[in-house]
Design a protein around this ligand. Sequence first.
Ligand SMILES: Cc1cc2nc3c(=O)[nH]c(=O)nc-3n(C[C@H](O)[C@H](O)[C@H](O)COP(=O)(O)OP(=O)(O)OC[C@H]3O[C@@H](n4cnc5c(N)ncnc54)[C@H](O)[C@@H]3O)c2cc1C
Length: 422
Amino acid sequence: MIDKSPFLIARCNDVADVITAVDFGRDNNLLVSVRGGGHNAGGLGICDDGLVIDLSKINYTRVDPKSNTIRVGGGCTWGDVDHAGHAFGLAVPTGIISTTGVGGLTLGGGLGYLTRKCGLTIDNILEADMVLADGSFVTANAEENADLFWAIRGGGGNFGIVTSFLFNAHKIHTSYAGPTLWDISKTEEILKWYRDYLVDKPDDLYGFFALLTVPGPPFPEPLHGKKVCGIVWNYTGPLENAEEVFKPILELEPLFEHVGPMPHPNLNSMFDVFYPSGLQWYWRADFIKEIPDEAVAQHAKFGNELPTPHSTMHLYPIDGAAHKVGQNDTPWAYRDANWSQVIVGVDPDPTNNDKITKWTKDYYNAVHPYSAGGAYVNFLMDEGEDRVKASYKDNYERLVSIKNKYDPSNFFRVNQNIKPTV
Ligand SMILES: Cc1cc2nc3c(=O)[nH]c(=O)nc-3n(C[C@H](O)[C@H](O)[C@H](O)COP(=O)(O)OP(=O)(O)OC[C@H]3O[C@@H](n4cnc5c(N)ncnc54)[C@H](O)[C@@H]3O)c2cc1C
């Protein structure tokens, strides 16, 4: 779906290479994009006729078990971090697919299986090393360049290139996790139950809701190709309590369940195999506070019409620990929303692009009226300035003033752009 041809790709090994690439891009007046994990559906890791600064070789990690922190190179994927931390029984809140880049996911917010327990990924950044538009190297944390530190916790790649992150890690090794699936005809019943059930449950219990088509193995053969609704759970409380916690869930008699003790990296990579690189993607998103019955009915309708086997809809919880951070403490302006909703048309065959795009847009138009307004910036396509502003709400002006200070020429503009006003 993304078909762009840059002039040059700078495959950086270290900070020195990043500085050289930034200086070269600036001195030659090139359009510059920054590539972390390359997962951005809007194609913001690449650009036409410009310079791509590719960070994927800066993929080192260093775990400090004394302080429970992990230092992560700016081009790592989440699989690198899961792997490094797990040996020490440590985990950083990440997304649900381990091939996603740490850089893009973190700078936009970061939501996944640990959101309710440990907050968004941005709530766990302690420090970042950065190369700015003028080629200078700085560290941003609560004391040093505190304005920049505020801005990168949700403001995307607008302010500079992060060459390393320092994350707070949590003592999470094995949780009780996995999917429960029901026939698509039960979407209304299960979604209404889910919407009411999870919200007041302890932060130890997480579950994202999904509409999907059951892929092939390892799922049982009779289910292959069947449209279903489901919830993918992660319970991080004491394992001895898990069966009790899952009792009311399993009483809903899922068609299929695979919940049980699971090492954290296994959970985070469980669906990688179904979403390899090279697929066509088109998505649309919203933040959600409530899911009224009218919205539930639309989900049921469009779930029945999933256009291709890879297409899906996810409702990711963003309450729990993510609600304990103030609305203006980071740029993430929807601390009062309960879900981040994403409708995703996906297929390997480019001839189906119109089909997946149409379903996604129609579905989005039908449920958008029930949303909170903006969307998670990492789930935006090229949807214009107003949509970016809506996603940051009253934090937008502060982001602009920090952009004016650190990148007044808008050198970093291949992103959900915060336009400078100087
Ligand atoms: C299969 C899949 C699953 C996903 N699952 C989740 C999920 O569970 N949770 C979630 O929160 N999101 C999820 N996402 C969305 C994801 O957060 C965004 O697509 C994000 O932009 C990906 O980051 P990346 O580094 O891989 O992307 P890229 O395309 O490489 O970059 C995206 C943007 O980030 C900037 N950027 C990347 N690295 C750096 C850096 N080090 N310094 C400065 N700027 C940088 C780029 O300039 C660009 O603007 C998923 C996406 C996909 C495709």
